[in-house]
Design a protein around this ligand. Structure first.
Ligand SMILES: *Cc1c(COP(=O)(O)O)cnc(C)c1O
Length: 395
């Protein structure tokens, strides 16, 4: 409790945190300062895909620390070259810009789209079409395309916001296109907004619109990418390629790193002087990214997600059939959501008490984004704790 009191003295209160101090992790379990054990179905918000304490991963970071941690982008460094090569090969895209977070990956992607339009016609009043219930990050640019009034209010003036359309409603997007539109941005599976997967016709339609108008299509795969949906990138499941792809969260599996990745169409858009970062692509972060790609392959992780994801989906469907307080299951792979008829926070708090870490996505939805290395027995354990938590929370 001392830690928590101290934290409230010195750490800015922008979160209502759960009263837990996590001290260490092993596999898919977390341990707090009292030594209490928790099954982790949140993975630090869809980050720690490999589980905690993966030896190969930890060793790769230790090795890099002993060589060099930072050099700046004025010079080349080996881990960045290796990591970018792996991203390019895996995605079939063309060039990578490393950032320190998801929000920065979005900032970069937005700049690419603006500049792409600007090179055709020099005007400053370009706008984006973004989706309602989207989430793209907390910086001003990323917030401007985040379709949630609660996050924007007081921070992004009306005139600086994107034009919003309904997700999975192509006609609505079409009706909002005009000569000022420079790009369309969407998540392939909406995360914070409540776990809503895109429909195939929607993404195909967006691709066609962006080709016709010669504007930039941005896919935000910060949360749904990196294997979570059972393919390395979620858009591969749909056979639709973006012009810019934003990555972060599991990209470095815990080391703060993101990236925006451009296709041939957009990879010459930003030129020296157009964009930069001091830390982005630093050797330590990129050693993590590089090792993450190796381990995904070694562990056959994407295939594993498909198998365990199907099992998790089935178990959640069973719950929906069993409990009237549950409305619907949604999601793909190991990115699943369970919509309740009312607020889920009592269930989440009860689960935590019982040693299960789960998070919400909106008021009524529990989000399941576990480490990708979970096994069936962990799904069973989660379901069993969840059932007790639901029963106790709603008595
Ligand atoms: C988490 C998230 C972001 C923001 O990433 P940060 O690293 O928190 O800046 C952007 N887009 C999506 C879809 C996310 O889930």
């Amino acid at each position: 409790m001392d830690y928590i009191n101290q934290a409230e003295q010195v750490i800015m209160k922008t979160y209502n945190r759960f009263p837990v101090v996590f001290k260490k992790g092993k596999g898919v379990y977390l341990y707090d300062t009292d030594g209490k054990k928790y099954l982790d179905f949140a993975a630090g918000i869809a980050v720690f895909a490999l589980g905690y304490g993966n030896e190969g991963y930890n060793q790769a970071l230790k090795n890099q620390i002993d060589k060099i941690i930072h050099t700046s982008n004025l010079y080349y460094n080996i881990p960045a070259i290796e990591a970018a090569t792996k991203i390019v090969n895996a995605s079939g895209m063309d060039k990578v810009f490393f950032t320190n977070s998801g929000t920065e990956a979005i900032e970069g992607a937005l700049k690419v789209a603006r500049k792409y339009a600007y090179l055709k016609q020099e005007r400053e009043d370009y706008e984006f079409i973004a989706m309602y219930h989207s989430f793209h990050g907390r910086s001003q640019g990323a917030l401007s395309v985040t379709g949630n009034e609660k996050y924007q209010k007081g921070f992004v003036p009306e005139g600086c916001r994107a034009v919003f359309a309904r997700f999975n409603d192509l006609e609505d997007v079409k009706s909002k296109l005009n000569e000022k539109t420079c790009g369309i941005i969407c998540e392939v599976v909406q995360g914070e907004g409540g776990i809503y997967p895109a429909e195939k016709e929607f993404l195909t339609g967006l691709r066609k619109l962006c080709d016709e108008k010669d504007i930039v299509l941005i896919f935000d795969e910060v949360q749904c990418g990196m294997g979570r949906c059972g393919s390395l990138f979620a858009h591969d499941l749909y056979g639709v390629k973006p012009d810019v792809l934003a990555l972060a969260k599991a990209l470095g599996c815990g080391v703060p790193v993101g990236a925006f990745v451009t296709s041939e169409k957009t990879s010459q858009t930003l030129v020296p002087g157009d964009h930069g970062t001091t830390y982005g692509g630093n050797p330590l972060a990129c050693a993590a990214v590089s090792k993450v790609f190796d381990l995904y392959e070694e562990l056959n992780l994407v295939e594993h997600v498909r198998e365990i994801g199907a099992y998790l989906k089935e178990q959640l469907e069973n719950l929906v059939n069993e409990y009237t307080c549950m409305k619907e299951r949604r999601g793909i792979g190991l990115m699943q959501g369970l919509e309740f008829t009312g607020p889920v926070s009592p269930v989440i708090n009860k689960a935590l008490e019982k040693g299960l870490v789960i998070i919400s996505a909106g008021t009524n939805i529990i989000r399941f984004v576990p480490p990708l290395v979970i096994e069936k027995e962990h799904v069973d354990e989660m379901i069993s704790i969840l059932k007790t938590a639901v029963e106790e929370a709603f008595v």
